[in-house]
Design a protein around this ligand. Structure first.
Ligand code: ADP
Ligand code: 2DT
Ligand code: MG
Length: 212
């Protein structure tokens, strides 16, 4: 029998819902429980493509909208060979944002349909679980003001949320919504338990391709 594989777990949600906090905490918690787990943040601003994306987000550089959409996708694709290798070695990969942020943010610009937005990411490793951290705009506001990066405004974030809801209608994907207003530790416990259940369920199943 083939060796057990790791699970691919994506964290999505509105700004300040706690994706980065929970991503770090989940990998830490899984490792402490004896699992092999790694974290990837998308965009990964450390690669050459990621540095271009970062200069766009901090408004140092203007990039045409199609171009930047494709760069975000390329920034995922450049990780795919290593992601697949790790998953097949039994390492669970937690991704802080994935193709769903890619689609939701570009679609929120208004002149890009969901279908066009999805195409560059078709065939990426399909997440076994997508955790959507749900938080009301009021509660998010209590966690601090928006920064100065592109996309950080409440009107734009509301459009992003509507795009996420459209993507969540796809029942071929394993979306699970969690209440992100809980304390960091309570939410961590809930997320870790859902993650471990998924890891158990998919360990002998083949890795699938996204939107294919
Ligand atoms: P995201 O990556 O979704 O934008 P972060 O993990 O960076 O969110 O968290 C945004 C801010 O909210 C940080 O200051 C973080 O410490 C705080 N925070 C995260 N989770 C919680 C929580 N469950 N309760 C209260 N504050 C939180
Ligand atoms: P953070 O680094 O704070 O998560 O912000 N984005 C992200 C896109 O527009 N497309 C994508 O494919 C991805 C992964 C969301 C990153 C910002 O970049 C946006 C917020
Ligand atoms: Mg974050």
């Amino acid at each position: 029998m083939a060796a057990r594989r790791g699970a691919l777990i994506a964290l999505e949600g509105v700004d300040r819902a706690g994706k980065s906090t929970q991503g770090r905490r989940l990998v830490q918690g899984l490792r402490a429980a004896g699992h092999k787990a790694d974290l990837i943040r998308f965009p990964d601003r450390t690669t050459e493509i990621g540095q271009l994306i970062s200069s766009y987000l901090v408004r140092e550089k203007d990039l045409e909208d199609h171009t930047v959409h494709l760069l975000f996708s390329a920034n995922r694709w450049e990780h795919v060979p290593l992601m697949k290798e790790k998953l097949h070695q039994g390492i669970t990969i937690v991704v802080d944002r994935y193709a769903f942020s890619g689609v939701a943010f570009t679609n929120a610009k208004g002149n890009f349909c969901l279908d066009w937005c999805k195409q560059p990411d078709v065939g990426l490793p399909k997440p076994d679980l997508i955790l959507f951290l749900q938080l009301s705009p009021e509660e998010a506001a209590e966690r601090g003001n928006y920064g100065h990066e592109r996309y950080e405004s409440s009107s734009f974030q509301e459009k992003v949320l509507q795009s996420f809801y459209c993507l969540m209608e796809d029942k071929t994907l394993n979306w699970k919504t969690v209440d992100a207003s809980q304390s960091i530790e309570d939410l961590h416990r809930e997320i870790k338990s859902i993650a471990e259940k998924t890891m158990e369920e998919v360990q002998n199943k083949p890795l699938e391709e996204l939107w294919k």
